[in-house]
Design a binder for this molecule. Structure first.
Ligand code: FES
Length: 218
């Protein structure tokens, strides 16, 4: 482990807590040309982590996840303030935040379940239902729309063979529309799990899907 400065103390994920450098988290190729292979994890510091690997049967807040949430809770005078971080950990483990998980978070943080549910449903980055191992979110907001986002969105649906919001039979892909991903200068932007794929056009889709099917994009 490196002794990197604690760059992002507010984040509860696997950055500061594990003393990783920005380049270890994001890769070094996020500077300069944005690779279409998803090398630019620009949202990594601010979003719940979404990985291909899941632990659907594991208990949440045990082992390393318990250690992590305890560290986060220790930063606040009131443990209830760690709610977003707790939900993020759940999503990292499960890929989504289910009802039972919300109850467990509520218990852990001494919050009413209704409050946890209200917060989890307010933020679109928390998935409230199971999604594919690759969650493909195509931005169809204005900049991306002007650069052909509708074609890209349709292209992913057709290539994978799903309807919007549906998960493919093999459990590999869910394709949804997203609002502005704050990468308007690199339209069309597609977020797949925790990574941004930028300047995506419809022609890139077969390569991106093949890359993901081979386990890329982790
Ligand atoms: S409009 Fe697509 S990233 Fe902003």
């Amino acid at each position: 482990m490196t002794k990197a400065p604690f760059a992002n103390p507010g984040w509860a994920g696997n950055t500061g807590d594990f003393e990783l450098t920005e380049s270890e988290i994001r890769g070094s190729d996020f500077v300069g040309e944005r690779p279409k292979s998803g090398g630019h994890a620009s949202g990594a510091g601010a979003m719940p982590f979404m990985f291909r690997r899941r632990e659907p049967d594991s208990e949440i807040f045990r082992g390393e996840y318990l250690e992590r949430i305890e560290k986060v809770v220790s930063r606040y005078p009131d443990k209830r303030a760690a709610l977003l971080a707790a939900l993020s950990i759940v999503q990292e483990i499960r890929g989504h935040v289910g009802h039972a998980d919300m109850r467990e978070v509520a218990e852990l943080l001494d919050l009413p379940t209704a409050h946890v549910r209200g917060v989890a449903t307010f933020y679109t980055m928390y998935n409230k239902r199971p999604v594919g191992l690759n969650l493909v979110q195509v931005c169809t907001n204005i900049s991306c729309s002007l650069m052909g986002a509708d074609e890209v969105f349709r292209g992913f649906l057709d290539h994978i063979g799903v309807q919007p919001g549906e998960t493919s039979d093999d459990g590999e892909f869910t394709v949804v529309e997203a609002e502005c991903l704050a990468a308007c200068g690199f339209a069309t932007c597609v977020q797949i799990n925790s990574r941004y794929y930028e300047n995506v056009s419809a022609e890139d889709i077969p390569d991106i899907v093949a890359h993901l099917r081979s386990g890329g994009g982790e």
